[in-house]
Design a protein around this ligand. Structure first.
Ligand SMILES: [Zn+2]
Length: 160
C-alpha cells in the first residue's frame, strides 16, 4: 500500500526542485490539475505554482499578492517563470493577452459607443480588483465619469 507521507514528500521535493530550476522550459505539475480553476496544479494546502513561488521567495505571500506566470502556462511550477503580482496585475495581464475578452469590438469604439453588458461586468470586476477609473476609461475609450457611474451602479443597474 502506498504511504501517503512518502507521496507528500515526493511532491514537496518536486516543488523545491522546480522552484529553484534554472531550466528555461516549463515544468508542469504532474500530480493532477484543478480543471475547474484554470488548470492549475492541484496540491494541498494550496495550488502547486503558488507553493513553488513561496519556496522560491522564502516567505509567504502577503494579502493582495498572487503567484503569476510569465509563461502563461497554469500548471507550470518553474520558479524562474513565477513572479509576485497583484490581482489587478493579473487582470491587466489577462486582458492584454486577450484571455479575458470583452465582446464589444474595440475597433469600432469611439466616444459615443455604448458599453455592453459583458463590458459592464468586466469593468466592475476589474475595479473591485483595484484597477482605477482612469485606467478603465482609457481601456474602454469612455470618460472616467462614465466608468464611475458603472462601478457605483448609477448606470447599468440591471446588470448583476
Ligand atoms: Zn513555465
Amino acid at each position: 500500500m502506498e504511504n501517503p507521507c512518502s507521496r507528500q514528500r515526493e511532491k514537496i521535493a518536486f516543488l523545491i526542485a522546480a522552484a529553484f530550476s534554472r531550466d528555461g522550459a516549463c515544468i508542469a505539475w504532474p500530480y493532477g490539475r484543478n480543471n475547474q480553476r484554470g488548470g492549475y496544479g492541484k496540491w494541498r494546502p494550496q495550488m502547486a505554482h503558488r507553493a513553488a513561488l513561496i519556496i522560491k521567495l522564502g516567505r509567504p505571500l502577503q494579502k493582495g499578492e498572487q503567484a503569476q506566470h510569465t509563461c502563461d502556462n497554469p500548471p507550470c511550477c518553474n520558479g524562474s517563470h513565477l513572479i509576485v503580482g497583484s490581482h489587478a496585475d493579473n487582470i491587466r495581464d489577462a486582458f492584454a493577452r486577450g484571455l479575458m475578452t470583452c465582446k464589444l469590438p474595440f475597433g469600432e469604439m469611439h466616444h459615443s459607443a455604448k458599453l455592453n453588458e459583458s463590458c459592464v461586468r468586466f469593468i466592475r470586476e476589474a475595479n473591485t480588483a483595484g484597477l482605477n477609473y482612469l485606467f478603465l476609461a482609457d481601456m474602454f475609450k469612455v470618460s472616467s465619469v462614465a466608468i464611475g457611474k458603472v462601478c457605483r451602479r448609477a448606470t447599468w443597474k440591471k446588470v448583476v
